[in-house]
Design a binder for this molecule. Structure first.
Ligand SMILES: *[C@@H]1O[C@H](CO)[C@@H](O)[C@H](O)[C@H]1NC(C)=O
Ligand SMILES: *[C@@H]1O[C@H](CO)[C@@H](O)[C@H](O)[C@H]1NC(C)=O
Length: 258
């Protein structure tokens, strides 16, 4: 079946006060960046300033299988198994890239990683044709290929995967305040996800050593809500680190003095 992985849409980002940086540093990365006109802002009476630009949305459920197909197409083999300790991978594998997300908390003993809970609604509102978000990043309307995502929440340290009906009501009312036509949205479904967050992405290499064994590890996790936005760049950096590990493995270990 043909499936769209990504789509380009106009994004409107509105502010309740004038931001210090009226033109953000990424303005020329997106397409057609401009400030919104007074006329356009009339639609958002609580807001005094806005950005408009065209940007890309990748849909995980279609995009991730597409990426996986590329891995397999390049000779990659995908195995699924539960790992309690990275040493279980030695010596079958030479280098480990640790992308264990929230699971890294146990596996890597990294207590800096924590969930930021996000609850959203997936609704049918096929007339909504552009993204709208407020500057807090808390209230957003993101149309996709087959539904519209209404958000959201950022609840630090909350592991609860069950949707909260009160929060859903509140999200809908915040989104309707920005786009009143959403009162006509139908087929509302609640979704909850946990963003694997850290003060910053961990992107570094480490050489684990035990007796005479060496296992190079490239840590690559903690993208928070920015996984799709950042993945291509951080993956290129992780690849560079893996290449450095290959060099290390080719260098003989220092001789024991005994
Ligand atoms: C692997 O990454 C996780 C975070 O995803 C971290 O908690 C864990 O400590 C890492 N494993 C090792 C052996 O460093
Ligand atoms: C929303 O759309 C996405 C992308 O097409 C799809 O994978 C997902 O199942 C849909 N969710 C609901 C609740 O309809």
């Amino acid at each position: 079946m043909w499936q769209l992985e990504c789509l380009f849409l106009l994004l409107i980002q509105i502010f309740q006060s004038i931001p210090t940086e009226e033109v953000p540093y990424w303005a020329d990365v997106v397409l057609g960046f401009r400030k919104m006109t007074k006329d356009e802002l009339k639609k958002f009476p609580q807001h005094v300033f806005g950005h408009a630009f065209t940007t890309l949305k990748c849909e995980g459920p279609a995009y991730l299988p597409w990426l996986q197909k590329r891995v397999k197409g390049n000779g990659g083999l995908i195995l699924t198994r539960r790992i309690e300790d990275l040493w279980e991978l030695h010596p079958s594998f030479d280098i480990v890239v640790n992308c264990s997300g929230l699971g890294s908390r146990q596996l890597a003993g990294d207590s800096k990683i924590f969930p930021v809970r996000g609850q959203v609604l997936k609704v049918q509102a096929p007339w909504v044709k552009h993204f709208i978000r407020d500057s807090s990043g808390l209230t957003y309307i993101y149309p996709g290929v087959s539904n519209v995502t209404l958000g959201g929440t950022r609840q630090k340290g909350d592991w609860n995967l069950s949707p909260d009906a009160e929060i859903s009501k509140e999200i809908l009312s915040r989104c309707c305040a920005l786009e009143p036509s959403l009162r006509g949205a139908y087929d509302l479904r609640e979704k909850v996800g946990l963003r694997p967050t850290r003060p910053s992405v961990r992107l570094e290499k480490e050489l684990l050593a035990q007796d005479s064994r060496r296992l190079p590890v490239v840590h690559h996790y903690g993208h928070g809500s920015g996984g799709i936005a950042m993945h291509w760049g951080t993956a290129l950096e992780a690849t560079r680190l893996v290449n450095e590990c290959v060099q290390v493995l080719r260098t003989p270990a220092p001789k024991s003095k005994l």
